[in-house]
Design a protein around this ligand. Sequence first.
Ligand SMILES: *[C@@H]1O[C@H](CO)[C@@H](O)[C@H](O)[C@H]1NC(C)=O
Ligand SMILES: *[C@@H]1O[C@H](CO)[C@@H](O)[C@H](O)[C@H]1NC(C)=O
Ligand SMILES: *[C@@H]1O[C@H](CO)[C@@H](O)[C@H](O)[C@H]1NC(C)=O
Ligand SMILES: *[C@@H]1O[C@H](CO)[C@@H](O)[C@H](O)[C@H]1NC(C)=O
Ligand SMILES: *[C@@H]1O[C@H](CO)[C@@H](O)[C@H](O)[C@H]1NC(C)=O
Ligand SMILES: *[C@@H]1O[C@H](CO)[C@@H](O)[C@H](O)[C@H]1NC(C)=O
Length: 709
Amino acid sequence: MIGIGITIASAVALVCGQGPVTTASTTVQTTASTIPGAPQPSGIPTIADPSSLVIPFIGTTNGGHVFPGATIPHGLIKAGMDTDSPGNHAGYDGDPKFNVTGFSQLHDSGTGGSIPLSNFKLFPFLQCSTFEKCPTTIVNRKILRKVLPDGSPDDFASPGYFSTNLTNSIRVELTATRRTALHRYTFPAGTTHPRLLVDITNDGQRSSTEPQMTLDPNTARVQGGASYAASFGPGRYKAFTCVDFKGAGYDLGKPTEYGVWLSNFPVRGTTDLLQVYYGFISEMGALFTFPPAPGGGPTSILVRVGVSFISASQACANAQEEIPDFDFEKVHADSRAQWNDLLARIQVDTRGVEEETVKLFYSSLYRTHISPADYTGENPKWNSTEPYYDSLYCNWDTYRTLYPLMSLHDPVTLSKIVRGMIDIQKHEGWLPECRGATVMHFIQGGSNADPILAEFFVKFQKQAEALQVSATDLYNALLADAELQPPNWNLQGRQADLWKELGSPIVYSQYVPQDTATLIELQGGPESFIARLNFIFDQDYFESTNEPSQQMPFMYHYANRPGLSTQRSRQVIAQFFNTSTNGLPGNDGAMGSYAAFYLLGLYPLPATSQILLSSPYFRQISFFNPVFNTTTKIVSKGFAGNPLDGTGGQVFVKSVAVNGKPYKSNCYLDWDVFVNGSLVELTLTDDITVSCGTGRDALPPSISTGGYS
Ligand SMILES: *[C@@H]1O[C@H](CO)[C@@H](O)[C@H](O)[C@H]1NC(C)=O
Ligand SMILES: *[C@@H]1O[C@H](CO)[C@@H](O)[C@H](O)[C@H]1NC(C)=O
Ligand SMILES: *[C@@H]1O[C@H](CO)[C@@H](O)[C@H](O)[C@H]1NC(C)=O
Ligand SMILES: *[C@@H]1O[C@H](CO)[C@@H](O)[C@H](O)[C@H]1NC(C)=O
Ligand SMILES: *[C@@H]1O[C@H](CO)[C@@H](O)[C@H](O)[C@H]1NC(C)=O
Ligand SMILES: *[C@@H]1O[C@H](CO)[C@@H](O)[C@H](O)[C@H]1NC(C)=O
């Protein structure tokens, strides 16, 4: 039961109080204080430090491929531990039997494909018999983490921070700004020759070509980079780094030994990769020996690692600008404050709710904001003043729930991602689909930037200009997507010639989520539709790991049986999601935003102004939307907790009132509810036979029934 072990480990670490700004405890913290920027309606005790409720290790075993290291929201830098696990797509594996190979700077989270972005690993050596005998290759240098008495690894993570203890008692801590990582290596007392390695070539895949590196023997600054393979596409990308060292609490001075290493051969006194042997393209870098801290106590060395996709000198400039003074505590505090500002925009009332559920919610919300990554200023392909977002793995996964969740509480980031997508279309001719590491990846089907742009425009057209999104450019990008046949549909993602041959997609409607009424008709009416849905779930045909299935548990709404949706969606959470390291059914993808919506009792229909409604797992929830400057609160009357297996309970929505007036439907909310900032009151019952209501607008709209006009 490794998974449970990890949860306990992080709880233990929380109790121990990691890091100077961590005010965490294992109990849910609520204070009466107001969070700046997030005015709360009275009556919901405010969670001021939601970061303390995030468990970054969820999904770090069992194929979740979740990144648990240090990053800011949508940071380019995702500094984390790399292991030699076969499932190390995000570098880390929560199973302590796997060895540590280094601490690298980029990473993706929750993806398949080949290992992406494990670039520029650092690695500490406690004692090599000599500089030349340091085992520098990955296979030779790797080391296990310490294991706690319960069998879990001695690792800790919280938003913006990661730490571990290696079996040689070196402690490693990581924190990050957008384009710069800050590492702290603490060598045990008595260490005489603290050594640190920089790996320029290994990206997790051993794909590097054209490596370059120089080191400065006086300052120990390392500048370098190479060309690397993308994760699941034909493209390659270049990345560059700039690494600087500083003693923590003492003057580090000059390195006492320095040199380039190739494979297992550190060559003392060399400064330039190209001067020495060439050919070990997967194993090259720099190695330093530093003077230990005076007095014989523990030696802490800070390492600042800038990364750029443009040049090593830009990596240096980024690092100097973002972390001028190597202040680990300040960087950590800033990073956590950014997370708290974001996460606290959605508040939940924790009274009467399992702590596991509260942590599952904030951890899921947290993972919604790891990717895409903000590469603004780091686009190597063209110069632009527009934002540039990358790691869009993949729109097929994310358009359904990730961007609609952003619409509720983080529309400014959504607007920047949309601007970035439009800018890519302007320069390359095609909206991005599975872009990562600055290049196109193979797509999963369809043309799913369209519903993301439309999601933004349907909900924020009045604010588009203020958010610097050009309606004309957005329309032109959609038009190009619909009209132009690309050279490689599996990279650019659309087969315009097909619809032109077969007719308008509106007439031949291919798209079920927006026309479920027609689907029900084709399947013989509501009763047989319900029977088919039941059959899918009862036979275990429901594919919890695949984003296109995500709406299915909510589709009973369209057959006027919302109680069945409530029960199915809660059963999905009970069966497939928990806070253990194996608590995800598969690759994370957009599972974070999906689980968050289910826990909020909502499911969005992307690019429409409707959100399907069920009952939240909390007696009260609220969303602060910074663009509208409004807060919407959903209150459940008769809330009586959540059945652990998702079955039964007083969780079914009998009636809905908005701002004190009966609402037209018990099954969905229109977007204006969230624009205005409303009080939504649900009355709950234990009767699963509830309906959407009796009025003309009670059923959620479909295109064929005149919806979305
Ligand atoms: C980790 O490294 C240790 C020491 O080199 C080795 O004994 C062990 O087999 C390694 N574990 C794995 C999973 O490779
Ligand atoms: C590592 O060891 C230090 C003591 O040196 C301890 O404070 C910390 O809790 C341990 N665990 C982690 C994950 O940092
Ligand atoms: C962007 O502008 C800089 C400065 O003028 C120039 O050096 C660089 O080549 C430009 N990049 C591209 C991709 O055009
Ligand atoms: C957590 O969920 C996974 C599957 O998603 C499951 O295998 C595991 O047993 C669950 N753990 C607990 C403690 O419920
Ligand atoms: C946002 O709304 C609050 C009241 O809820 C008001 O005090 C504040 O001035 C508003 N801010 C802006 C920028 O309009
Ligand atoms: C939201 O505000 C608009 C404009 O004041 C109003 O027309 C609309 O009815 C309101 N919607 C709700 C759900 O209160």
